[in-house]
Design a protein around this ligand. Structure first.
Ligand code: NAP
Length: 339
């Protein structure tokens, strides 16, 4: 929350038509349907961001049928701030809608100092989830993730802890993020032997980062595990935002922690320009086509976007109007991506 952000908003009642238009896909072989577009709180919900803007983004999302909000222990800045701010917004606006929401959090990256505030030990995962629940003011999360594979902790310890967390009632479902296809198969087996299902995998997946096509999606289909793709817009690069330079209010200029201007080279921009021309022929924005291109594969349960303003969210949701690609379009896109 921005300390000087004193704007207050009128009280909130969710739109009565919120389920009329959003499309949902089943998450693997489970009982849960996820919206085809979900909202992540990695950026734009820290203590330096506008609290009322974040609140409007969450309201807009829910009003359009986005029932899934994704967090992690260290989203901010500072670490923990996104969960704190989400908790405040939740208490003000969403408490009565708790049973309509799928709220996720994660642990696996650095969170607190010392050997127990990072990676994949049982001690870290359990302590971190307890902290997350306190920050958000929740009794349980719907999904808890191991945020990354810890190569030095036995997989049985990390994954066994996920099972225990479900047994304790602190998470209804569990997932893993960025695990290789091979480790995913092992994790699913460990969980299955304990009697818990590997509900979901959260990989990075976009037109520019296609590692999941090399075995992971097949493995997830095999296991009956859902897939939710993060950074589908390459943090904004796969939109029209950087086509004419670096806007002052863009992530690359404002933040620079994870997206640096030197990553957005003239070659990258050339590619996006070519893709954007195809998007225009399809009557879509670049962002919409980048999202649609992932969702054309039915194994992608949901695409997890971040937005800095409500207009971007509305733009992204409209991607669902056309997720089909002609053979010709696919060929053209493949040849742009290959060069
Ligand atoms: N599991 C993991 O390890 C992991 C890692 C990273 C992210 N995630 C999850 O994935 C979520 C999404 O990641 P991300 O924020 O990198 O996703 P992204 O959707 O690739 O990028 C989001 C950024 O793109 C820009 N944008 C979005 N829609 C736009 C539109 N229609 N037109 C123009 N610009 C648009 C905005 O940037 P501006 O700020 O420049 O406006 C926005 O902040 C995160 O919030 C988090 O929940 C998970």
């Amino acid at each position: 929350m921005k300390i000087n952000d004193t704007r207050s908003l009128p009280s909130y009642t969710a739109d009565g038509h919120r389920y009329d238009h959003m499309k949902y896909r089943r998450c693997g072989r489970s009982g849960i349907m996820l919206p085809m577009i979900s909202l992540g709180l990695w950026h734009n919900f820290g203590h330096d961001d506008s609290f009322s803007n974040g609140r409007m983004i969450l309201r807009t999302a829910f009003d359009r049928g986005i029932t899934h909000f994704d967090l992690a222990n260290n989203y901010g800045p500072p670490y923990g701030a996104a969960e704190e701010n989400f908790g405040r917004i939740f208490r003000k606006d969403f408490q009565v809608y708790r049973d309509e929401l799928i709220i996720s959090t994660k642990a696996g990256w650095d969170m607190w100092p010392g050997p127990y505030g990072n990676l994949g030990s049982r001690k870290y995962l359990i302590a971190s989830l307890d902290q997350s629940l306190r920050r958000m003011g929740l009794d349980y999360v719907d999904i808890f993730y191991s945020h990354r594979r810890d190569p030095d902790t036995p997989l049985e310890e990390t994954i066994g802890t996920l099972h225990d967390i479900v047994q304790q009632g602190k998470a209804l479902y569990v997932g893993i993020s960025q695990y290789s296809a091979e480790d995913t198969a092992r994790a699913a087996k460990i969980l299955a032997d304990l009697g818990t299902k590997l509900f979901i995998h959260q990989p990075r997946y976009s037109m520019f980062d296609r590692w999941v096509e090399d075995g992971l999606l097949d493995e997830l289909e095999n296991q009956g595990t859902g897939a939710i793709a993060f950074s589908p817009l390459e943090q904004g690069v796969l939109t029209s935002k950087y086509l004419d330079g670096f806007p002052e209010d863009s992530r690359a200029i404002r933040d620079g922690r994870y997206l640096q201007t030197d990553q957005i080279t003239s070659e990258v921009i050339e590619k996006v320009k070519k893709l954007n021309a195809i998007a225009q022929q399809r009557d879509q924005t670049m962002a919409q086509m980048a999202i649609a291109w992932l969702l054309k594969d039915e194994r992608i349960t949901s695409v997890l976007v971040g937005v800095s303003r409500t207009e971007q969210l509305l733009d992204n949701i409209a991607a669902l109007d056309n997720i089909r690609f002609t053979v010709e379009e696919r060929k053209e896109i493949e040849s742009i991506l290959a060069n």
